[in-house]
Write a protein that binds this ligand. Structure first.
Ligand SMILES: Nc1ncnc2c1ncn2[C@@H]1O[C@H](COP(=O)(O)OP(=O)(O)OP(=O)(O)O)[C@@H](O)[C@H]1O
Ligand SMILES: [Mg+2]
Length: 489
């Protein structure tokens, strides 16, 4: 059958104009709101319904005003400035959100002379499933962002590092200086001496404080997963990879600080890769062709003897030199006995609010006992000891007798030279504790803890994170205990 062309308009431009006319009218009729702005994003025309929705009983009152003054959150200015449409968007209003379309209006030479916007749906019922999904995702996103920001903020400041001994003041001085520059920092020191605390404080006092502090505990992640943990992976880059790929910690820390804890445990091949990234400041996520530039400041820490690891060929000397720019040695507690009292009181203060809401005091003999001990686990051990004493003490006044069960053997009898502050009384209390049941109690506690952890791990097939959740313990704490007890996972 032949087409009948006779009723059609004569010229294409006429068709176009008609199309535009009818399109506009159709949209105008079916949309909940329509408005037009000029090249300066000022309202040229607005329909009655839309004007009324935004509080203008007469549309004329809106004419000539900036679009944002009539419709808060309007993006029409962006459309006239870029000349590009925003085909589908959600406009948040003080009532329910609207689905909107924004199109630029062009003149004959293609210059943007204005824009037209349609609010397509006001009756949200038809879109309720979509919108409830959108709002839920939006809420989850906000909550996740907040908790991430919270987690990535520095937990400690320099004020949290308690101690006025010469050694402590020197450490704080060096750490403050380190926070003023951008070169790598290497924190060395025995376990529990406050390296993590210092890393947080340095980041928190640096120019990067508003950006994330991202921690990788090298010892806690299986070697095979470390590279992805550091540099990320493209979607499907390796068997078992997330379908969407994974963003590495380097990229997450962009602009901020990457804290590499237990760096001494890093496998050699990864040490080489890390060194390259530190030199080039760029890397490629696993299985991607994407080069990522990351502006990251490194703080590394270890309780291992790093120079010894270098000598044994287990740590790359070039990486060691690269990291060993600003090196801070966190001194062991036994070398700063004058800090013990202040530390003990800070910890007790903390425990009174956290553990038992009381006001704990240390009797003189208890303090002398604390000063006589070697503290191989340093401040962490001091904290654990006080925590146990507080939990099990009947009185808020903690004396040497109450503490002794929780303190390990004092310095070997031959080596034990009580510091000037240790009186005969404390030594007597200590001696009593050496051969009385309390010593065995401490051992029994440790044995119980080890068995308890082993049971939890077994019940979770060796999955540390799951075991930590099961027994209500922090994952990092559990890893430390596993290492301290030498448990094979
Ligand atoms: N100078 C200090 N003042 C107050 N608290 C401290 C101090 N040093 C350490 N602590 C506390 O002791 C505990 C252990 O500190 P931290 O985790 O920083 O040690 P670390 O050196 O990183 O140990 P590890 O090598 O085992 O990881 C934490 O609870 C920390 O808050
Ligand atoms: Mg640590």
């Amino acid at each position: 059958m032949m087409n009948d062309w006779s009723g059609l308009p004569a010229t294409y431009s006429d068709v176009l104009r008609r199309a535009m006319d009818s399109l506009f009218r159709t949209f105008e009729n079916f949309s909940e709101g329509t408005f037009i702005v000029d090249a300066d994003a000022r309202v040229v025309w607005i329909n009655k319904r839309y004007a009324a929705r935004f509080g203008f009983s007469d549309p004329q009152q809106a004419i000539g005003r900036d679009c944002e003054a009539v419709i808060p959150n309007s993006l029409m200015r962006e459309v006239v400035m870029t000349g590009k449409p925003i085909l589908l968007d959600i406009l948040e209003t003080d009532r329910e959100p609207l689905v909107v379309t924004r199109l630029p209006l062009k003149d004959d030479v293609g210059k943007t002379v204005g824009a037209v916007g349609f609010a397509l749906f006001d009756e949200m019922k038809a879109l309720t499933p979509l919108f409830s999904h959108y709002s839920r995702v939006q809420q989850e996103l906000i909550a996740t962002r907040q908790s991430l920001a919270q987690a990535r903020r520095a937990k400690y400041t320099f004020a949290s590092f308690v101690g006025t001994s010469a050694a402590s003041l020197e450490v704080k001085r060096q750490a403050r200086r380190a926070s003023q520059v951008d070169s790598p920092v290497l924190l060395l020191g025995e376990t529990g001496t406050g390296k993590e605390l210092l890393a947080h404080a340095i980041h928190g006092a640096s120019a990067r404080a508003t950006k994330p502090l991202v921690t990788v505990n090298v010892a806690a992640i299986p070697d095979a997963l470390l590279e992805v943990e550091f540099f990320g992976a493209a979607a499907g880059a390796y068997t078992g990879a997330d379908r969407k790929g994974r963003v590495g910690k380097f990229e997450l820390a962009d602009g901020g600080t990457l804290f590499l804890d237990e760096i001494g445990d890093m496998p050699l091949p990864l040490q080489g890769k890390l060194l390259r990234v530190l030199q080039d400041r760029e890397f490629e996520p696993l299985g991607s062709n994407r080069i990522v530039r990351a502006d990251v400041r490194i703080i590394a820490a270890t309780s291992a003897d790093l120079p010894a690891l270098v000598a044994e060929g287990r740590f790359r000397p070039d990486l060691f030199y690269r990291l060993n720019v600003l090196t801070i040695h966190a001194p062991p507690l036994r070398e700063r006995q004058t800090d013990i009292e202040a530390l003990a009181y800070t910890i007790l203060e903390d425990l009174s609010t956290q553990v038992r809401g009381g006001h704990f005091e240390l009797q003189d003999d208890a303090l002398r006992l604390l000063c006589a001990y070697d503290w191989p686990g340093n401040v962490r051990e001091l904290r654990n000891t006080l925590e146990r004493a507080v939990m099990l003490s009947d009185s808020e006044r903690i004396d040497a007798r109450a503490l002794a069960p929780f303190i390990g053997p004092l310095r070997g009898k031959a080596a034990f030279e009580p510091p000037a502050s240790v009186s005969a009384e404390a030594t007597a209390a200590t001696a009593a504790s050496n051969d009385a049941p309390p010593q065995q109690w401490a051992d029994a506690m440790a044995a119980f803890e080890k068995r308890f952890i082993c049971d939890a791990l077994r019940a979770c097939n060796g999955r540390v994170t799951e075991a930590a959740t099961r027994i209500g313990m922090g994952r990092a704490t559990l890893y430390k205990k596993i290492a301290a007890y030498g448990i094979d996972v």
